[in-house]
Design a binder for this molecule. Structure first.
Ligand SMILES: NC(=O)c1ccc[n+]([C@@H]2O[C@H](COP(=O)([O-])OP(=O)(O)OC[C@H]3O[C@@H](n4cnc5c(N)ncnc54)[C@H](O)[C@@H]3O)[C@@H](O)[C@H]2O)c1
Length: 393
């Protein structure tokens, strides 16, 4: 079996978890080296028994230790474009974490780069695409079981510790993370476009910060058993000490509405400090309805004109990290793609389109206007075709 020589740029928690999952599902991997000023993923790799390889000062230094079979990119979001632009020029297959890039201008530049010169394959870590329950949702919808999709209602509600971590980690700042939605739910908006079968045509959004604010910093900081609250793991690169007293400038709760080009309508509600966690997609079609409960890993489906019990599928495999085996499934998909046995479940273009949809939602939030997406798609399509329109914001 091939041993994959791997180089990493940005060895944080995420890439460490993905490498651990790759090893767990049977990859032969040789982590040759990494570029990272202070690799947050080190303890995760140590626990998984994956040797870290050598530390290099820059991506160019790392490349001198080649040849590589895979470059993995997992730095904070503001560095994605720079690292991708570098990696694309190396001609080595790339695994890049989501969101693929952070701004509309970066998206267009990347689309133009992909159109411009030969590029190695780019596999983006939109990990929900690999989950069996998500594959089944798409299979049922593609198979016409729900008839035409009419409307979708979806949520992502996080437990307080997760929200508190987001408020202390680099994700709290737009300049590093982009936004709450871009970092946390670009996964969901990728799947929603796929469910709708169209691009977002217009979007609206409201949200703000009402939870992790200094005015609430004197609230109780203990769980019922006396353990410290809002203390989940070290906040890592550019971390802040306190979830309530940080310089956070992204939302901690937000709602959005989307009308897709084919008249599918969607509403979405996210909150980063809830006592009843939920990640749920309710998809209503002309001939049937489904509910995908992504926290409990359960799917429920029923035909519209059927009074019997709904079909229920329990995928089990519920894990504490809320990924429910997705990392292992993605590790297998990545190996299959590299070995040419199957296409990876998501393309860089779908990844860019999911990012743009969320960026339009954030623009609607910021401007308090309904945003018409057509000009954004025109610029993106022009970039994809290698043409230049007026620059994006
Ligand atoms: N697909 C998923 O489900 C999922 C889950 C979590 C995170 N992510 C994504 O993974 C990426 C990393 O997130 P994380 O949770 O691992 O963050 P993290 O803070 O744990 O890791 C980020 C790492 O990048 C390093 N870094 C900072 N500047 C760097 C530079 N100039 N060059 C190289 N490395 C640098 C930091 O030192 C740190 O080790 C983000 O893009 C995030 O959105 C994806």
């Amino acid at each position: 079996m091939t041993t994959y020589r791997i180089g990493v740029i940005g060895l944080g928690q995420r890439i460490a978890h993905v490498l651990a999952a790759m090893q767990e599902v049977g990859w032969n991997l040789d982590l040759v080296g990494h570029v990272d000023p202070a690799p947050v993923g080190q303890p995760i790799l140590e626990a998984a028994g994956v040797p870290m390889g050598r530390a290099f000062a820059s991506p160019a230094e790392l490349m001198k230790a080649g040849p590589f079979d895979l470059l993995m990119l997992g730095a904070p979001n503001h560095l994605h474009f720079e690292h991708l632009a570098f990696a694309l020029d190396q001609g080595v297959p790339i695994f890049a974490e989501k969101p693929i890039v952070r701004t509309e201008a970066e998206t267009e530049a990347l689309a133009r780069r992909l159109a411009d010169k030969a590029a190695p394959p780019v596999y983006v870590g939109l990990v929900m695409r690999s989950l069996p329950i998500v594959r089944e949702v798409l299979r049922r919808i593609d198979g016409g079981e729900l008839g035409e999709v009419v409307s979708v209602d979806a949520t992502e509600h996080l437990p307080p510790e997760h929200g508190g971590y987001l408020a202390r980690n680099w994700r709290r700042k737009q300049e590093w993370g982009g936004s709450y939605f871009l970092d946390k739910v670009v996964h969901d908006f990728d799947i929603f476009s796929r469910i709708a079968g169209a691009r977002a045509e217009r979007v609206a959004s409201f949200g703000g910060r009402r939870i992790f604010v200094p005015e609430r910093s004197d609230r109780p900081r203990q769980w019922e058993d006396g353990s410290a609250a809002y203390a989940l793991r070290d906040a890592g690169w550019a971390g802040a000490n306190d979830a309530f007293e940080s310089d956070m400038d992204v939302t901690d709760h937000q709602v959005a509405m989307v009308e897709y080009a084919n008249q599918v309508r969607l509403s979405f509600h996210a909150n980063s400090h809830t006592a009843l966690t939920e990640r749920r997609w309710y998809v209503a079609g002309t001939d049937g309805t489904l509910i995908a409960d992504l926290v409990r890993n359960k799917l429920m489906v029923r035909r519209a004109l059927f009074r019997g019990k709904p079909e229920k599928i329990d995928y089990g495999n519920v894990t504490a990290d809320a990924h429910n085996g997705a990392d292992q499934a993605m590790a297998l998909d990545l190996l299959a793609a590299l070995e040419g046995r199957a296409a990876f479940p998501v393309t860089p273009y779908e990844s860019m389109e999911a990012g743009l949809t969320v960026m339009a939602i954030d623009r609607a939030l910021e401007t308090r206007q309904v945003v018409e997406c057509a000009p954004m798609w025109d610029r993106y399509d022009a970039a994809k075709a290698g043409r230049q329109l007026e620059p994006a914001r």
